[in-house]
Design a protein around this ligand. Sequence first.
Ligand code: NAP
Length: 294
Amino acid sequence: MTATIIDGKAIAQELRVNIAIATAVLTEEHGIVPGLAVVLVGSDPASEVYVRTKSKAVTDAGMRSFDHKLAESTSQAELIALIERLNADKTVHGILVQLPLPKQIDSAVVLNAVDPGKDVDGFHPVNAGRLATGQRALVPCTPFGCILLAKKIHPSLSGLEAVVIGRSNIVGKPLAQLLLAENATVTVAHSKTKDLPEVCRRADLLFAAVGRAEMVRGTWIKPGATVIDVGISRVPGEDGKTKLVGDVAFAEAKEIAGAITPVPGGVGPMTIACVILNTLRAACASAGLPEPRI
Ligand code: NAP
């Protein structure tokens, strides 16, 4: 059996088109142009590429993009002062602080300074608490994208056995909360889990968010399961260059799984699409409007 390949790039593109349509309606009917401020401190080349990609996605959707590029030597106080200005700015509906931050800055202090209503990364403890208690929240973009991909295969996740490998605050934990909200039966595995292959073999839905190249073998997968691979690792390729791989041994897994995301081209493009979706959601919530229908 060869798995259906879940084309995250195409699904994200379709989502971005729908977000652009909903944004145009919001602007026309309510005079609101959603705005996203992206704050980058320092000049990490990978972060610069990511920020440029996000800014383009924002403007392509008919939103405003406000880029703030600060020097590597920026103090925590200076960064917090900028966040407070953005919190007060009515044209800014979403604030995204690119991580990692330089050593002199405590990321938790900075992320906690973002207005929870503008926290499009969904990292603020208020949003984490709202998600955990089933209230309207801005939820982290990568797990949000994972759920949207899983629902392309299973329109209802209710009653399915879901296993999430990884328990980080930005992926594993919020993903588990989102799956619970979808009525899946959820197991969260991590580095101390005993007999991880056996735990994974229970999963109708297997999510890998570890960061260890091709750790999940084909034999760990229940035949016909849906596999969503969040991991990104750079490894040496056959041609002497490097290549990106996920946490799942794709060539083996696609022979056993029912559906699987590739790396690259799976979860990654969905993360960006969900940043702009969260910006739209934040803009609607700030005006007291219901959730946009996408
Ligand atoms: P993280 O904070 O390093 O968390 C990794 C998790 O994996 C931890 O919970 C850890 O367990 C667990 N783990 C480590 N080794 C393990 C093992 N041998 N067996 C089982 N579990 C193990 O990483 P993250 O930020 O969640 O990111 C995970 C991966 O997703 C990375 O490759 C990252 O680059 C990628 N990512 C991709 C996107 C995207 O847009 N595609 C976005 C975010 C992240 P403990 O808690 O016990 O240490």
